[in-house]
Design a binder for this molecule. Structure first.
Ligand SMILES: Cc1cc2nc3c(=O)[nH]c(=O)nc-3n(C[C@H](O)[C@H](O)[C@H](O)COP(=O)(O)OP(=O)(O)OC[C@H]3O[C@@H](n4cnc5c(N)ncnc54)[C@H](O)[C@@H]3O)c2cc1C
Length: 423
């Protein structure tokens, strides 16, 4: 449903991804008049910012958008890109949100009891605002990129599609989070020479003791743990574990790739004179990822023992390969490197938010999406409340909570009426 601009709304939702649409779903249920401003097109990231071989890392059963759970015949499979887009498109249709696409919010400010929302299509006022623009707004590319030789093709993961898009020659993938590892695998499987620059991302087994690790972790209660549990508050800045859902799901083991010809390096510290320079921490990065892998499996072992579950035997991952040395630089020309893929994450873009809601790290201060400013809410961020808050699994539950709170706020405060009365 495309909306036309009105001068005032009870609620303005900023961002038309799955979080903004989930908010709209519940606002409609409450009968709250609202608009969703989306600067591009709804849920466009699944279409525009994923590579061709992309598939979910989370199993299909974890797709739990509100009133739109996965209902296909492969709950333990991993939807590929087109299937994800179809799943999201059905959600878009179901919600039928009052959305204004191609409308960027330029600023949100408090104006008495109301909020003034300036957009590329005009200015409106609102009694409440829901910020649903995610932490994945702008590709994060280190400034060292500026010092790469001009002839090298550089892409961020959002622009990577497939190996054929890159010129012949070797590829450097910088960053070993989920995207970096999956893209490195994509290139490796296509027979490309890959130089993989690792960071401190953890990894996780796909299957362990007869089941998907996600299924075990769900039974253990891992996805119900909230950010308020001890030790969880810093989780929101953690890098995701690397593993894949490709071809029915499997581990990603960089040591195995090394045995097959992939070159691995420690963290990149810079580029100088046509060389990429690395910290000597490759071994530490690989060991750290495996420690987490084994730690998660040990958690599952404890659960199986406590519940006396009949399951295949326990095992501990032992490294298939160890680096002989710590490579400290890569001569790009000598190694025929023709492209570099920056798998270095994203920056949020809260520049439109003229409200004092952020902590020192740029993350909004909030409790399950409810900020300290009456009428201001956030949605869809990793660990907003639980692990699933920034994913298909739990964004809907958070949206329901946020909209229930917002509805209560509108009912109790009636800010627009108060403002009118005071004029
Ligand atoms: C590579 C990758 C793989 C992932 N894999 C999985 C997975 O396997 N399983 C899973 O559950 N989740 C996965 N996720 C996480 C998650 O599901 C997505 O990040 C999800 O798209 C976040 O949805 P969102 O609505 O919060 O934000 P986004 O999808 O980022 O939507 C925000 C919207 O806000 C718009 N916007 C931004 N600024 C403005 C503005 N000023 N005015 C108007 N509009 C604005 C943007 O155009 C965008 O459409 C993955 C994420 C990535 C990046």
């Amino acid at each position: 449903m495309t909306s036309t601009l009105k001068p005032h709304y009870s609620a303005v939702v900023i961002g038309g991804g799955q979080a903004g649409l989930s908010a709209s779903h519940y606002l409609k249920k409450h009968g709250i008049d609202h608009v969703v401003f989306e600067k591009k097109t709804v849920a466009h990231k699944w279409k525009d910012e994923r590579w061709d071989a992309f598939c979910l890392v989370t199993p299909n059963w974890q797709c739990q958008l509100p009133d739109h759970p996965y209902d296909g015949d492969d709950p333990h499979g991993f939807m590929v890109k087109d299937e994800i887009i179809a799943y999201v498109d059905r959600f878009i249709k179901r919600v039928n949100a009052p959305v204004l696409e191609g409308t960027a919010v330029i600023s949100v400010e408090k104006n008495g009891d109301l909020f003034k929302v300036e957009t590329s299509a005009g200015t409106v006022t609102a009694d409440s605002v829901i910020l649903a623009t995610s932490l994945y707004s702008r590709p994060a590319i280190p400034r060292a990129a500026e010092r790469l030789p001009e002839e090298i093709v550089q892409l961020h993961t959002v622009d990577y599609r497939n190996p054929n898009q890159l010129p012949e020659g070797a590829v450097v993938v910088v960053g070993s989070g989920q995207s970096g590892c999956q893209i490195a695998e994509d290139l490796h499987l296509a027979g490309r020479k890959v130089h993989m620059v690792t960071g401190n991302a953890p990894r996780c087994a796909r299957f362990y003791r007869g089941r998907d690790v996600v299924d075990w972790l769900s039974d253990v209660g891992q996805y119900d743990i909230t950010v308020e549990h001890d030790g969880m508050t810093k989780k929101k800045h953690d890098t995701n574990h690397y593993l894949t859902g490709r071809d029915g799901g499997r581990d990603i083991d960089l040591r195995k790739f090394a045995l097959e010809g992939m070159s691995l390096y420690g963290r990149m510290v810079g580029v100088s004179g046509g060389r990429m320079i690395f910290e000597p921490n490759l071994k530490a990065n690989l060991d750290g990822a495996d420690r987490v892998y084994n730690g998660i499996n040990a958690l599952i072992d404890r659960h199986i023992a406590e519940k006396s579950i009949d399951a295949p035997p326990a095992s501990v991952y032992t490294p298939l390969w160890e680096p002989e040395n710590e490579p400290e630089e890569l001569d790009l020309k000598a190694e025929d490197v023709t492209s570099v893929i920056w798998a270095t994450g994203f920056h949020p873009d809260w520049s439109y938010v003229g409200l004092p809601i952020f902590d020192g790290t740029g993350y909004p201060v909030q409790r399950r999406g409810v900020t300290g400013i009456d009428g201001v809410y956030v949605l869809g961020l990793p660990w907003l409340w639980t692990w699933g808050s920034g994913r298909f699994l739990a964004v809907g539950k958070d949206a329901e909570h946020v909209v229930d709170h917002l509805a209560g706020y509108l009912e109790a405060g009636q800010p627009a009426l108060r403002q009118a009365a005071s004029r």
